[in-house]
Design a protein around this ligand. Structure first.
Ligand SMILES: Cc1cc2nc3c(=O)[nH]c(=O)nc-3n(C[C@H](O)[C@H](O)[C@H](O)COP(=O)(O)OP(=O)(O)OC[C@H]3O[C@@H](n4cnc5c(N)ncnc54)[C@H](O)[C@@H]3O)c2cc1C
Length: 490
């Protein structure tokens, strides 16, 4: 009889872990609390619009290739990718915007225009970043990080030295560029990692390589197409996905997870992989004596920002908007301080607008625009309707000033989403959107472990354990944990 593995949560990590384990011959069932797979990358439809609920940037296409190749497939078997050009637009004021072109030659020209001589510097910066990407994404992120011994080899130590692990991204960037606009452009991708450039290791210039050299892509139909592809592959491998199954308890006997109790039934297990929010699993699903980390540990973790989101349907086209637009028209330092140092609702936040209907006519009715607005905010804030509306008005005024036309009176659908929704929908610790920040002290061995120390057959996966937040790392996390399960549960 094949061993039975229960996977909690059908996010990217849970789906990847389940598919890999089924492929290895395990009998795998996913228990998911919501009525749809995808976790933070769910989708909803309203008034003829299709809204991706979370991720909107498709970066690191090679990771998706690697994922599907494991099972003899490729992304193109499931969805059509298009490369965006411009990759994105940065708005510095209502009258100043920079469009980042796809392709290195065009990027170098743009850099030279803003800061003479910076084109060749960009080439050198990206050459170093390419090495970091190669080592970081092909070696480090695939390590389960359960023991220091994984990192002890002369070659790896040499790599660590060249990776700039102990330098800050901010100071590294300033060795190449001085123009404030270029610095903002270069520092933008590390904001995905959930910490300020000053607190992010310079190794993460690999993100610039990902964005500038490998490109910004979009799966036609929307980001949820990736989830649909993964679900289809999982089911092809024999994974059973049970929706509307909120896990309430993991029963442990003699240091083994024996059963998982949901709102709907009891499931026997030979191993459990928890892809739900790590803190939720520890504090709500296992008895206190089996927790890996106490409250003091969790209370000192640096979380990546949460988000205040708006999904809008607009009954006209907005010509000036591109697919991705970043509003860097206010002081980032103040916003960062209000996220990380003195957490509170920000005074004048930066924000981001995605308009997938610019690329994909299928996500909005004809002649309409589908908009997704995101304000990064500190975790654990109270997000009542009044607060949400206050920020909605603030960013709509800035958006309208930039596009030069009224948008508010053309809204035919509007929904907001913030901390309390993240908690309710995903049991998200402190209402986090993207998990733990990728600071040096929260990297690799210093992240919450993917194995329970007291329960021999309980594993963790997802954005709060290795390698970290983001769609590609979550996929990798699922594959890495599946390999660990296969080593131990035979
Ligand atoms: C607004 C937003 C924008 C983002 N933008 C990007 C982007 O552009 N590009 C990018 O790469 N990444 C982006 N990310 C990050 C990325 O979406 C996440 O890192 C990734 O989706 C996390 O996947 P996961 O499987 O770890 O977790 P989740 O997606 O949270 O999956 C966990 C699953 O567990 C389920 N669950 C929780 N508790 C229980 C329980 N008790 N019982 C059963 N099931 C349970 C949840 O319902 C959920 O389905 C974004 C995230 C957000 C929120």
């Amino acid at each position: 009889m094949p061993k039975r593995v229960l996977v909690i949560g059908a996010g990217f990590a849970g789906l990847a872990a389940a598919t890999s384990l089924a492929d290895k011959g395990y009998d795998v069932t996913i228990l998911e609390k919501n009525d749809m797979s995808g976790g933070r990358a769910r989708v909803f439809k309203a008034e003829g619009f299709t809204f991706d609920m979370g991720p909107s940037w498709y970066w690191m296409p090679d990771v998706f290739e690697t994922y599907f190749a494991r099972f003899g497939k490729k992304p193109a078997d499931y969805y059509n990718l298009v490369r965006l050009d411009p990759s994105y637009t940065v708005v510095f004021s209502s009258s100043e915007a920079v469009h980042l072109p796809a392709g290195l030659d065009k990027l170098e020209t743009l850099f030279d225009q803003l800061e003479p001589g910076s084109g060749p510097k960009l080439r050198e910066f990206l050459k170093q970043a390419a090495y970091k990407y190669e080592v970081g994404m092909n070696k480090f992120v695939w390590k389960p990080s359960r023991s220091v011994s994984e990192f002890i080899s002369v070659k790896l130590l040499f790599d660590v030295a060249r990776l700039d692990v102990f330098k800050s991204f901010a100071s590294h960037a300033r060795k190449f560029f001085t123009h404030p606009r270029l610095l903002e452009i270069i520092e933008f991708p590390v904001l995905f990692l959930g910490a300020t450039p000053a607190n992010t290791p310079a190794m993460y210039s690999l993100m610039n390589y990902a964005e500038m050299a490998l490109g910004t892509w979009y799966p036609m139909g929307g980001m949820h197409e990736i989830v649909k592809a993964m679900v289809s592959l999982a089911e092809e491998k024999g994974v059973k996905i049970l929706l509307n199954q909120t896990v309430q308890k993991i029963d442990v006997l003699k240091n083994k997870a024996q059963r998982v109790v949901t709102t709907d039934g009891i499931f026997e297990a030979d191993a459990v992989v928890a892809g739900a929010d790590y803190n939720h699993v520890e504090t709500s699903l296992v008895a206190p004596e089996y927790r890996n980390y106490d409250d003091a540990y969790w209370n000192t973790r640096v979380m990546a920002p949460s988000s205040l989101l708006f999904y809008l349907g607009i009954n006209k086209r907005v010509p000036k908007l591109q697919h991705h637009t970043l509003f860097f028209d206010e002081d980032f330092k103040l916003h960062a301080q209000e996220i990380y140092e003195t957490p509170r609702w920000p005074s004048k936040p930066l924000f981001y607008v995605s308009a997938p209907s610019k690329t994909d006519p299928g996500v909005a009715p004809e002649g309409h625009e589908n908009l997704f607005l995101l304000i990064p905010v500190a975790p654990d804030l109270t997000d009542d309707d009044k607060t949400r509306e206050y920020y909605f008005d603030m960013i709509m005024s800035r958006l309208e000033a930039y596009v030069g036309e009224n948008i508010r009176s053309h809204i035919v659908f509007k929904r907001s989403y913030a901390h309390s929704d993240f908690k309710q929908d995903y049991n998200a610790f402190r209402g986090n959107a993207y998990g733990l920040a990728n600071t040096l002290r929260q990297t690799a061995l210093l992240k919450p472990s993917l194995k329970n120390k007291r329960v021999n057959n309980l594993f963790y996966t997802g954005q709060l354990t290795v390698p970290g937040p983001g769609v590609p790392p979550s996929l990798i996390s699922g594959l890495v944990v599946a390999d660990e399960v296969a080593k131990e549960i035979t």
